[in-house]
Design a protein around this ligand. Structure first.
Ligand code: UDP
Ligand code: MG
Length: 320
């Protein structure tokens, strides 16, 4: 039977934790009874340097309830880092992990479906929101704009999937090979490959406390997502440079032809055309530098080149 760890990052979550632990403990027990996961499955609460009583609560829960495990970060490092800390710790202790937020906005009744998809062979299962009714119009439109922009930039992410996700030990082992510091998990996980599945669910509103993701954090998160996964903005510069250069080249040619045919060309046209031509050449050159910067960026990240899913080998070594 597979051992499941529910990985829950918590930042100043004292208001929601007692209820969250109660609901998750109950859910885990029901999953055990159904024979989906083993009896020694756990809830791993990761305290991301909270300033309130979050860690004291976690210690208390751990003492009275063996199902609760705790991990404390030395200071606030942000949701994505807290999540990775939890996942990398759990990887050594279990067969499957499911990450979810402490406020239980993501419907925990679909946890069974996650594990069932894993048993069918999926190494990664994405939780995808079926509707965004509970969001404000602002959050909904910015989110849709973000997914659209990411896709235009050539970044492979699953639309409407946050970090509610099952990852097997195998997937996590591969994930540990990605050493980048600017974390954007939703972009990295699809790079891993392996069979994956999707589970849809409805997201409710936070039952207590307030969002730890203000607009400023959301914007910097989106910016991180684009700049960590796409060098398209750099190639865009080259394209613009070539376009501008080409058009002003045409203008110059036209002016020269006019001159040869004896048609007078006003002085300002020469100035205009040469300024634009110089700008085009400069932009194209900048784009060329950008191409090398982009490649250096990819090398510096040193992402794994591939992951092996399976090897079939009879074990006989050829003598020749
Ligand atoms: N979180 C965290 N560190 C932070 C900010 C948030 O670990 O610096 C956790 C938070 O406790 C919650 C999850 O990340 O479990 C998502 O945060 P929140 O629910 O506030 O975001 P929202 O759902 O409003 O986007
Ligand atoms: Mg939330």
């Amino acid at each position: 039977m597979d051992r499941l760890y529910l990985v829950v990052p918590c930042y100043n979550e004292e208001e929601v934790l007692p209820e969250t632990v109660r609901r998750l403990t109950d859910k885990l027990r029901r999953m055990e009874e159904k024979g989906l996961v083993s009896g020694d499955s756990r809830i791993l609460l990761v305290d991301d340097g909270s300033r309130d009583r979050t860690w004291e609560l976690i210690c208390g829960f751990h003492q009275e309830n063996p199902v609760v495990s705790g991990l404390k970060l030395s200071r606030n490092r942000g949701h994505q880092n807290a999540l990775v800390a939890g996942l990398m710790t759990a990887r050594e202790l279990c067969d499957i992990t499911i990450s979810l937020d402490a406020d239980l906005q993501d419907d925990i009744e679909v946890l069974d479906q996650f594990v069932e998809e894993y048993h069918k062979g999926a190494q990664i299962v994405y939780g995808v929101r079926s509707a965004r009714d509970t969001d404000t119009a602002f959050k909904r439109s910015t989110a849709m704009g973000f997914y659209g922009l990411m896709q235009k930039m050539g970044v492979d992410i699953v639309s409407n999937h946050a970090d509610y996700r099952l990852m097997s030990k195998k997937a996590l082992d591969c994930f540990s090979g990605y050493h980048e510091v600017n974390l954007f998990l939703r972009g990295i996980v699809p790079l891993i490959g392996f069979p994956t599945a999707v589970v849809t669910y409805e997201r409710s509103e936070r039952f207590a406390g307030e969002s730890k993701y203000p607009l400023k954090k959301m914007l910097s998160f989106a910016w991180d997502g684009i700049t960590s996964f796409s060098t398209k903005p750099l190639s865009l510069i080259t394209g613009v440079g070539i376009g501008v250069g080409f058009l002003s080249g045409l203008g110059l040619l036209a002016a020269l032809i006019c001159l040869c045919c004896g048609i007078p060309v006003a002085g300002w046209i020469w100035v205009l055309v040469s300024v634009w031509l110089a700008l085009g050449i400069e932009l194209a050159a900048l784009g060329l530098v950008g191409a090398y910067v982009g490649k250096t960026y990819a090398e510096v990240k040193a992402r794994p080149r591939y992951h092996i899913e399976m090897l079939l080998d009879s074990g006989k070594v050829s003598e020749e």
